[in-house]
Every structure is written in C-alpha cells, then in structure tokens.
Ligand binder design. Structure first.
Ligand code: SF4
Length: 374
C-alpha cells in the first residue's frame, strides 16, 4: 500500500509555536502550485506500486487552495497513479477557510476526509497561539463540514498551553465530543527552536507549563475520549472504530510514500529523502529539472531504532516475531534482555504477542525508546 503527501507551503498567519515549512506571503504561489503538479508527474516512478491508497494534502494550509489549484493537483495524481476505490483523501484545513461553499468545492474535487486545525475552542488560547480563527469559527467549521456531507472529520487540539488550566482542557474535550467528529489528534505544545514561542520563553514573556501538568492533561484526554468511544490507537491520536487515519497509520506501519513539495519527505522502504525546505530554491530547482533534496540510506540499526520509535507510539506495539524475522535473532535477544532488565514492568504489557506500552508507559516513551534502542 502506498501513499502520496503533498505539501502546500502557504499560511495566512504564522502561529507562534509552529516550525513547519510555510510562508505567509503568496509570492510565487501560482508557479509553486504548477511545480507541485510537475513534481507529481516527474516522480511517478518513485513508488513501485501504481495504486495509491491514501493521499494527504498537508502544510502549511492546504485549505487556502482554490478549485483550480486543487483540481490541477488532483488531476496530476489521477493521470499518473491509479487511485484505489476507497482511497482516503485528506486535506488539512483551517476553520476560517471552511465556508459551506469552500467545503462543497473540496468535496467535488475528491477530498473525503478533513483534518481541521481547531487547536482550542477558547478565544484566549487561540489569540495566544496567533491563530487566524476564533472559537466561533472553530465550532462552525466542524458543523459546516458535516452539513456539506463530510463524514470523516478529524480535529487537532493542543494541550500543555500556558493559557489554560486542567478544567479548560476538559471543556475543550467536552466541546469536541458534542460535534460530529470521528477522529481527534491531541498534541502537547512543544517549544521548537527559532519559533516566536521559543523567543518569548527566552525573553521571559511566557512561562512554560510544567511537564507534570501536561501529563495530567494527556491522561485526562485518554480517560475522557476512550470513555466516549474513541480508540486511543497512537500516542496523539484517537479515532472511532474504522476512522483511524489510514495515511498516518501507513507511516507507523513502514509503508512507502511519495512526498511532493518543499520540505516534503519520501520513503521507499530503503531510503528516506526530503525536498529542500525553501520555496524559491524548490521552484528554481524544479524549473531546471533538478529537484533539490537530501537523501539517507537507512542502516539496519537505524531501521530497528525507527521501528521501536514509531511502533511504541501505537496501540499495536512491537512484535518480537517481526523483530526476529526482519532484524535477526541478535536484535531480538538483545531487546529481550533490555526488556527484562527494565525496572517498571507496569509501563508495558504483552497483548496478542505484541509488546505495547501502557498509558503510564506512554508518558515515559522517550526514555523507554532510548533505553531499548541499539
Ligand atoms: S496554520 Fe498550521 S502550518 Fe500554518 S503557521 Fe499555523 S500551525 Fe503552522
């Protein structure tokens, strides 16, 4: 099973915490969209499979695209790939873009799943994040999406915000489950270098929330959402049955994918590569027919470490049988020894022959991975 990711590197506003690749200017937008279509055609042979099971428009803000732009990209994909009957086609959208008119256009163009960047239903949080929408937009966008006929809707929420208390986070979760959403991604606020947030913290204008408080919020989301019928299938992701993100799951399942656009990553099972994260350089290199990218061949040791890192995030966990057959007995034996020497057995459990982290274990994910990796 293969997937395609298309990166749309434009946003209306820069959110204070964001370190994704984007620009708030619309310079070269037409040319870049044309080159994205061109890259889809040029790199059609990157995936050995022609049939694509998932397509994901991420960014940036893909909901900024108009009908002509989105149709151009979809047509390029259709021309060069075979789209499976039930292909999941997701578009990341910001609430302020989701008028009924826009939503009907998205549906007509073939989008069948929306990932809406709600982040919070509280104006205070949204202002602090410098989001382009307010709380009314956030709620209305989801309602509009359902009215336009979308029945596979995900929303993103952020916890660990210095502006909100535990009770505020609970209210956000309560608000979310009153809406017609089938999936939620709950991310902890992280402070990335070179973001406005990083600068504010360095200047003492913002005080980071303590890890213990963010952990409480993580546990609250787990308890509340699983109590409301959502399956906690990946550390940050919850879905109703049959509504897990197939595109993101394919990353965790080591499936190949083709990444299109500036900063997009691709993986073919042997190597990873990532396009230059600069719009002008991307544009010029595409025009010259020499896409700028970096590439890394993964050693068996790196593949093993990635397997641990990604699979321990999921509710499926790691399979010792797979480790033995794919990486060899030495890897499996060494890992077994590390697992038996691990001091807190309540951090993991064995289910269906797989080792899975418990919810307490997930809070310690990073230290567990470091301890168990090669
Ligand atoms: S809209 Fe998304 S990609 Fe754009 S700045 Fe905000 S968080 Fe980053």
């Amino acid at each position: 099973m293969a997937g395609i990711y298309v990166h749309i590197p434009f946003c209306k506003k820069a959110c204070h915490y964001c370190d994704f690749h984007f620009t708030t200017t619309q310079y070269y937008r037409d040319e870049i969209i044309k080159q994205l279509a061109n890259e889809i055609e040029q790199r059609k042979n990157y995936l050995t499979e022609r049939t694509v099971n998932t397509i994901y428009f991420g960014g940036g803000t893909p909901s900024i695209l108009n009908e002509e732009e989105l149709s151009l990209l979809m047509n390029s994909i259709h021309k060069k790939f075979s789209i499976a009957e039930k292909t999941e086609i997701t578009l990341e959208a910001n609430p302020d873009d989701l008028s009924i008119e826009k939503l009907l256009m998205l549906k007509k163009t073939g989008i069948n799943r929306l990932s809406i960047g709600v982040q919070s239903f509280r104006d205070e949080d949204l202002k602090w994040m410098n989001r382009a929408h307010d709380a009314i937009h956030a709620k209305q966008a989801v309602i509009n999406a359902a009215s336009a006929g979308f029945n596979n809707i995900s929303i993103d929420l952020i916890y660990g915000l210095p502006t909100s208390k535990l009770a505020d986070w609970k209210k956000n979760l309560e608000e979310a489950v009153t809406l017609p959403v089938q999936h939620l991604s709950c991310y902890c606020l992280t402070v990335e270098d070179n973001t406005a947030l990083h600068h504010f913290i360095k200047k003492g204008k913002v005080i980071e929330k303590k890890d213990e408080v963010s952990s409480e919020e993580f546990l609250m989301a787990h308890e509340f959402l699983t109590g409301n019928g959502f399956e906690h299938y990946e550390i940050s992701n919850y879905g109703l049955r049959n509504f897990h993100s197939r595109h993101n799951s394919s990353y965790w399942d080591n499936e190949p994918y083709l990444g299109i656009g500036p900063s997009a990553h691709s993986y073919n099972g042997i190597s990873r590569q990532w396009n230059v994260a600069n719009n002008i350089q991307y544009l010029n290199s595409m025009k010259e027919g020499k896409l700028l990218f970096e590439k890394e061949e993964l050693s068996i040791e790196q593949q093993f470490n990635e397997y641990l890192m990604t699979r321990l995030r999921t509710s499926s966990g790691i399979s010792m049988e797979y480790i033995e057959s794919f990486f060899g007995e030495i890897y499996a034996d060494e890992l077994r020894q590390k697992i038996s020497a691990y001091e807190i057995p309540s951090h993991f459990e064995i289910k269906n022959n797989n080792l899975q982290l418990t919810i307490e274990g997930m809070l310690k994910l990073n230290s567990i991975v470091i301890e168990w990796m090669k």
